[in-house]
Design a protein around this ligand. Structure first.
Ligand code: ADP
Ligand code: ADP
Ligand code: ADP
Length: 213
């Protein structure tokens, strides 16, 4: 299992990827979750990443490639992983190929969370997350049992600082300009599974299972 999830903000990568981890990959690496943890902890990495994240721009390739390179060394990630939100540029995709080649592996599937921009604002502005696990909820589409509280841990949920209508515009622009070419990069090798990401979560899960079976 060397699988990547690619899609615009709010397309459902973070909702579906943990399910893939449990069923197929054992290891789930979400660069956005890791970067937010670094920002909260005010590590050198977090201090460098914060400004770009707040503006809805991509963090530099060097920083995120470094994070992935480090995270791939975790024991649970030796046999493969589901990458969520990485690669987001063609340079990142090329670096990933190089890192995998060193361990005799290569990307075997890319899940393309295809969806219209018009649907994303409602998803993003209604999103609530549990920061330490990365679990996401939605006030309308996936409400927690108690408003503002994580179902599993009982800890509080928060809204992301960049989940506003205004910052979403920059994030979508970054997606179309910098990340869509990543889908073309993998299409050439026939690795891309196109999902109907606008469907309800369970139907998207079924499409993911079909793509990975
Ligand atoms: P979303 O869930 O909206 O797709 P993420 O949580 O994956 O967003 O990412 C949040 C922010 O973290 C991005 O807007 C970007 O600033 C930064 N980021 C995450 N992954 C990457 C990456 N692979 N390359 C560059 N920046 C990244
Ligand atoms: P991403 O990780 O791609 O940014 P998320 O998985 O966090 O996206 O989903 C964004 C928001 O939309 C969350 O609040 C989530 O609960 C909700 N959501 C996810 N998938 C669906 C879906 N298929 N239909 C409706 N809402 C969804
Ligand atoms: P495990 O391998 O112990 O099952 P997970 O991959 O499920 O760990 O990660 C647990 C949580 O820690 C997730 O929210 C994930 O996003 C986060 N996480 C994983 N790796 C890192 C890292 N290098 N830095 C910060 N957070 C991380």
């Amino acid at each position: 299992c060397f699988t990547n999830s690619v899609g615009p903000p709010g397309s459902g990568k973070g909702t579906q990827s943990p399910l893939i981890k449990d069923e197929y990959c054992l290891c789930h690496l979400a660069t956005g979750d890791m970067l937010r943890a670094a920002v909260t902890a005010k590590t050198p990495l977090g201090i460098k990443a914060k400004e770009a994240m707040d503006k809805g721009e991509l963090v530099s390739d060097d920083l995120v490639v470094g994070i992935i390179d480090e995270a791939m060394k975790k024991p649970s990630c030796q046999k493969g992983f589901i990458l969520d939100g990485f690669p987001r540029t063609v340079v990142q995709a090329q670096k990933l190929d190089e890192m995998l080649a060193k361990q005799g592996a290569k990307v075997d599937k890319v899940l393309n969370f295809a969806i219209d921009d018009a649907i994303l604002e409602e998803r993003i502005t209604g999103r609530w997350i549990h920061p330490s696990s990365g679990r996401s909820y939605h006030t309308k589409f996936a409400p927690p049992k108690t408003p503002g509280v994580d179902d599993v841990s009982g800890e509080p949920l928060i809204q992301r600082k960049d989940d506003t209508t205004e910052v979403l515009k920059s994030r979508l622009e970054a997606f179309h300009i910098q990340t869509e070419p990543v889908i073309d990069y993998y299409s050439k090798n026939g690795l891309v599974a196109n999902l109907h990401a606008e469907k309800p979560p369970k139907e998207v899960t079924a499409e993911v299972q079909k793509a990975l079976s």
